[in-house]
Design a protein around this ligand. Structure first.
Ligand code: MF3
Ligand code: CO
Ligand code: CO
Length: 249
């Protein structure tokens, strides 16, 4: 079932997306070496709740925190805890807000202090791949165009695309149809239509694409121990292009 959103639903997801993005702007002002991921998660919880929203991950399928914070070789779903953020780390912070019943989902990779060139290049290429994928989206484009844009950009640099986690529809539910793979072939897959809202959230590995989930049932890490980066936006298909809903201004 593919949900086409109406004007009032779109406006609510736009507001939620805006707040999620503002939360990540706020993260950018407070994240620093020496801070535990638990402390950062607490600040995120306070920011979201003080703006009248609910952190969607808290209690979602038992997830225990208000954000996912994934450092270096952790690909996604890092559980905030006693781990300390350090100079040179790349830190993925993924926040999802529920505002007036609607979700907004966004993630950024933060470069902490003096980041090694290979880590900075990985983060930059991941961001570029997301933006190239967004540029393919319009009424009548295909899901495969998104994956092809990401894969083409990062594989040319020797990186790999994580297969185990995909983008997803967003609305009154956290994860709706369609699934949005970050790999694929141009011109294939479902056609996108005006009013569809979904995420593009490429997870790009410096080495092999394979991941494994740790015994906590959440933390996904690269099998080879190398770095991983991620960015995520929530988008609306709108005529000749896409509107990014997780913007802060
Ligand atoms: N925000 C993640 C996504 O982009 C989902 C996190 S689910 C959690 O889809 F339970 F791990 F928090
Ligand atoms: Co998402
Ligand atoms: Co997310």
């Amino acid at each position: 079932m593919i949900f086409i959103k109406n004007t009032s639903e779109i406006e609510k997801i736009r507001r939620s997306g805006h707040l999620a993005s503002q939360t990540l702007d706020y993260v950018g002002t407070v994240i620093k070496p020496g801070m535990t991921t638990k402390k950062l998660d607490k600040l995120i919880n306070q920011y979201i709740t003080s703006h009248g929203a609910v952190p969607a991950t808290l209690g979602y399928k038992g997830f225990p925190a208000s954000s996912c914070i994934s450092i270096n070789n952790i690909v996604v779903h890092g559980i905030p805890g006693q781990q300390t953020i350090q100079d040179g780390d790349i830190v993925k912070v993924d926040v999802t807000t529920i505002l007036d019943g609607f979700f907004g989902d966004t993630c950024r990779t933060y470069k902490i202090g003096n980041v090694p060139p290979n880590a900075a290049a990985l983060a930059d290429a991941t961001y570029e791949s997301m933006m190239l994928a967004i540029a393919t989206v319009h009424n009548g484009s295909c899901l495969g165009d998104i994956g092809a844009a990401i894969q083409g950009h990062v594989e040319a640099k020797g990186y790999s695309v994580v297969r185990d986690f995909v983008g997803h529809g967003v609305g009154k539910e956290f994860h709706e149809s369609p699934s949005v793979p970050h790999y694929g072939r141009k011109g294939t897959g479902m056609k996108l239509r005006d009013g569809m809202i979904f995420t593009i959230e490429p997870m790009i590995n410096e080495g092999a694409w394979q991941v494994k989930v740790l015994s906590d049932g959440w933390t996904a890490v690269t099998v080879d121990g190398k770095l991983s980066a991620q960015f995520e936006h929530t988008l609306l298909v709108d005529g000749a292009g896409a509107e990014i809903l997780t913007v802060s201004s």
